[in-house]
Design a protein around this ligand. Structure first.
Ligand SMILES: NC(=O)c1ccc[n+]([C@@H]2O[C@H](COP(=O)([O-])OP(=O)(O)OC[C@H]3O[C@@H](n4cnc5c(N)ncnc54)[C@H](OP(=O)(O)O)[C@@H]3O)[C@@H](O)[C@H]2O)c1
Length: 306
């Protein structure tokens, strides 16, 4: 199907940048916002790597993108953020193959996974959205820092991280669906802000985006028919995945500083076209304690941060 004419026109007017010769890795690129991000970066002429846990879904996404962008470079790599061994295999493969990386969009995430755990025993939402992304980033950071050009890393957070409580390490994995999800995204925001500070003088540019409220399998799977019915009825209230995915293009074509947050511009960031958003105050608190705690949790589960 490809991108809508409206999106193409927005890109033409707002993103005067060519990504020709640049390689963009996107996690969770077989679905929702990740798939549309791949589509948009292809439109800007990037070479795209779909980094997915399910190789069948990845191959089907690759086929669709190649059909809509004939001649474009679209490849796939395997990564399951909910399994440390998979994260280690992925980072080793990147290094062994000398894969070029100009852009990394850490988009993969989950919501509402009651009672489920990662392969290493963490609650699945925290384990995927925060701990898995943290582990991946720490494993590949030394490699990215050795590349002879700028590397932009975009971590996907959420507007709900504004309502999350400061992480209480005694109850780190506890709470209802929304509380755990919001905490996982707040932790990712805190980590991103701290990493942006630590890498300020390097060629890494680390930022955040959020997709507002977007109709994708993420929420649909959680609330099934009720959400699908509501979403169908109030379609205009939600951002389309295509519109939400424009944040990456905005970041890559504007002078957005490290640590910034980009997302939809209307209704408290719920929907609209991308622009720089206000940073949640809590994203600048407790970074050192959080990182120390996370490193200990990863070591306790057998992970190795270089
Ligand atoms: N939709 C919203 O309103 C909204 C709001 C705020 C933030 N977000 C964030 O936006 C990002 C994209 O979500 P979406 O709405 O586009 O949902 P989605 O369509 O469900 O996409 C999520 C992607 O993440 C992948 N994924 C899940 N667990 C993974 C793992 N362990 N390892 C590797 N990949 C994994 C999924 O793979 P499979 O296809 O194999 O499941 C899928 O490709 C997420 O980080 C989400 O938290 C979404």
């Amino acid at each position: 199907m490809g991108l809508s004419e409206k999106t193409k026109a927005w890109l033409k007017d707002n993103c005067r940048v060519s990504l020709r010769g640049k390689t963009a890795l996107i996690t969770g690129a077989d679905s929702g916002v990740g798939f549309q991000t791949a589509e948009i970066l292809l439109q800007l002429d990037a070479c795209v790597v779909l980094v997915c846990r399910n190789m069948e879904k990845a191959a089907s996404a690759q086929k669709k993108l190649q059909r809509d962008h004939p001649g474009a470079s679209v490849s796939v790599m395997k990564l399951d953020l909910a399994d440390f061994r998979s994260v280690e295999a992925f980072s080793d493969e990147l290094r062994a193959k000398g894969t070029d990386v100009d852009i990394l969009v850490n988009n993969a995430g989950v919501f509402h996974q009651p009672g489920r755990k990662t392969a290493d025993g963490f609650e699945l939402v925290m384990g995927t959205n925060y701990i898995g992304t943290f582990y991946l980033t720490e494993r590949i950071l030394p490699y990215l820092q050795c590349l002879p050009h700028e590397v932009v890393v975009i971590n996907t957070v959420s507007i709900v991280c504004r309502i999350a409580g400061i992480p209480d390490f005694r109850k780190f994995y506890d709470g209802g669906d929304l509380a755990v999800y919001a905490r996982s995204k707040l932790c990712l925001a805190i980590y991103t802000r701290e990493l942006a500070r630590r890498t300020r003088k390097t060629r890494l540019r680390i930022l955040m985006s959020h997709p507002g409220i977007t109709m994708t399998p993420l929420g649909m799977n959680a609330y099934g028919k009720t959400v699908s019915r509501l979403a169908g009825r109030f379609r205009g209230v939600f951002n389309s995945p295509e519109k939400s995915a424009l944040s990456a293009a905005y970041i890559l074509s504007h002078e957005v500083p490290p640590g910034a947050l980009v997302g939809p511009d209307r209704f408290f960031g719920g929907w609209g076209f991308p622009r720089e958003n206000k940073i949640p105050r809590r994203a600048d608190r407790n970074a050192e304690e959080l990182i120390r705690f996370t490193e200990k949790e990863i070591a306790r589960a057998g992970g190795k941060i270089p």
